[in-house]
Design a protein around this ligand. Structure first.
Ligand SMILES: Nc1ncnc2c1ncn2[C@@H]1O[C@H](COP(=O)(O)OP(=O)(O)OP(=O)(O)O)[C@@H](O)[C@H]1O
Length: 350
C-alpha cells in the first residue's frame, strides 16, 4: 500500500494539518486523546470531508480539494473497524460475517469465508446471536466481516480498547495472522504504545492535530523512554512455565528467568520496564534479585535525560535505562560484557 496525504481540517477550535506519505502493510497512527487520529481516519474513509488537500491511495486520487474530487466512502474500498464492533443486532454471526461478502461481485470474492473463520476461531460461533458474544468475540466478527468484503485497506480505530488485557493480547496474534494470511494492508489507530509495537511496523505520531514523527514502532518506543513514567517496556515472550521452589521458571531464548507470576499458557508475553533492569560491571557476589544475566552491550541510545542500553542476553534483546551519571560511572561501551539483574516480581503478564 502507498498512501499520500496532505490534509487540512478545522473542527471548532481544533485544527488538523498534516502532510505525509507512507508505504507498507501495517501502519500505526498513534497519539494521545484528542490528537486527531479519528479525524484523520474519518477523512481517509470518506466519512469526514476535509477543508482542503489531497488523499491518494496506490496512485488513485480519493480526494483532491483543488480539483473538486471526492470519492464517496462506498467507492473507496476502505473498510473501517471501530472500537464498538457495530454488528448488525438482527443478524447472527454467520450473516454478519457474510454481509459485505455477499454484496461483492463473484470475481472480487478473493477470500474464502471458511479459511477466515478458521484463522479467527469463529467456527463454533457461527449460529450465535451477536448479543450473546463477549467483547473479544465481537471484535473478531467485526474484523472478519471487514476482511471478507475484500477491501484494499482496513482502518482499525482503537479496535482493542475496552478489552481486558487477557482478551486483548489473545486476539492480537489472530489479528496479525489474518492480515499476514490475506494480505490486506492495515492502518491501526491506538493510544497504546504496546499495541503499536505488536500490531504495526511504521508509526505516525500525532499531537494536537500535527504530525510529530514517522518512524518504526520500536524506534518510537525507544525515543519515548525518557519521557514516560513506565520507561521503555520490554516485551518478552517466555515459554514453558514450571515451578521453581515457590516461584516460576521460564525459558527465554537459551536461558532461564525466574518470575513470581505464573502464566496460564505454555508461551506467554510479559512486560518488563527498562527501569527494572539494573546493570553491574563485574559479576555481583550475591543479590536479592532472582535473575542474574550475563549480557553484552549491543547499543546505547539517548531519550530525554536518560540513557538506554540495549543488551544482548544470549541472543535476546533487553533494554535497561540509566541516568547519565550512572552511565558515566559504569563507563558503558558498545560490545562490553555486563551483568543485568532483575527481580522476580518485576515481570507483568500481558
Ligand atoms: N465535530 C466536531 N466539532 C468540534 N470539535 C471536534 C469535532 N470532532 C472532533 N472535534 C475535536 O477534534 C479533536 C480531535 O478529535 P479526534 O476524535 O480526531 O481525536 P483522537 O485522537 O481520535 O482522540 P481519541 O483517542 O480520544 O479518540 C478533539 O479535540 C475533538 O474534541
Amino acid at each position: 500500500m502507498k498512501l499520500e496525504v496532505a490534509l487540512e481540517k478545522r473542527l471548532g477550535d481544533f485544527r488538523f494539518s498534516a502532510v505525509f506519505a507512507v508505504a507498507g502493510r501495517r501502519i500505526g497512527v498513534y497519539g494521545k486523546s484528542g490528537s486527531g487520529k479519528s479525524t484523520l481516519m474519518g477523512m481517509l474513509a470518506g466519512l469526514v470531508r476535509p477543508d482542503s488537500g489531497l488523499i491518494r491511495l496506490d496512485g488513485e486520487t480519493l480526494y483532491d480539494g483543488g480539483r473538486n474530487v471526492l470519492i464517496p466512502p462506498e467507492r473507496r474500498r476502505i473498510a473501517v473497524v471501530f472500537q464498538h464492533a457495530h454488528l448488525f443486532p438482527h443478524l447472527n454471526v454467520r450473516c454478519n460475517l457474510l454481509y459485505g461478502y455477499k454484496r461483492l461481485p463473484r470475481r472480487d470474492r478473493r477470500i474464502a469465508p471458511e479459511a477466515l473463520g478458521e484463522v479467527l476461531g469463529l467456527g463454533p460461533l457461527l449460529e450465535r446471536d451477536v448479543a450473546t458474544l463477549s467483547g473479544g468475540e465481537r471484535r473478531r466478527v467485526a474484523l472478519g466481516r471487514a476482511v471478507l468484503a475484500c477491501p484494499r485497506l482496513i482502518l482499525m480505530d482503537e479496535p482493542l480498547t475496552g478489552l481486558d488485557d487477557g482478551s486483548k493480547y489473545r486476539i492480537i496474534p489472530d489479528l496479525k495472522a489474518v492480515f499476514a494470511e490475506f494480505g490486506i494492508p492495515l492502518i491501526f489507530i491506538s493510544h497504546s504504545l504496546n499495541e503499536m509495537r505488536l500490531m504495526t511496523d511504521d508509526v505516525l505520531l500525532f499531537d494536537e492535530g500535527r504530525l510529530i514523527s514517522q518512524s518504526p514502532a520500536e524506534e518510537l518506543a525507544r525515543s519515548l523512554m525518557g519521557s514516560r513514567q513506565a520507561g521503555y517496556i520490554n516485551l518478552l515472550s517466555l515459554e514453558r512455565p514450571r515451578p521453581a521452589d515457590d516461584l516460576w521458571a521460564y525459558d527465554w531464548g537459551g536461558q532461564q528467568l525466574i518470575l513470581t507470576e505464573r502464566a496460564a499458557r505454555k508461551s506467554a508475553l510479559f512486560q518488563l520496564s527498562s527501569k527494572d533492569v539494573t546493570l553491574f560491571k563485574g559479576r555481583p557476589q550475591a543479590s536479592s534479585a532472582r535473575n542474574l544475566l550475563s549480557c553484552r552491550v549491543a547499543q546505547i541510545f539517548e531519550s530525554g535525560n536518560r540513557i538506554g542500553i540495549e543488551l544482548d542476553c544470549g541472543g535476546q534483546p533487553l533494554v535497561s535505562q540509566l541516568v547519565r551519571e550512572a552511565a558515566r560511572e559504569l563507563d558503558i561501551r558498545e560490545g562490553a560484557e555486563i551483568y543485568a539483574i532483575i527481580k522476580a516480581s518485576a515481570f507483568r503478564p500481558l
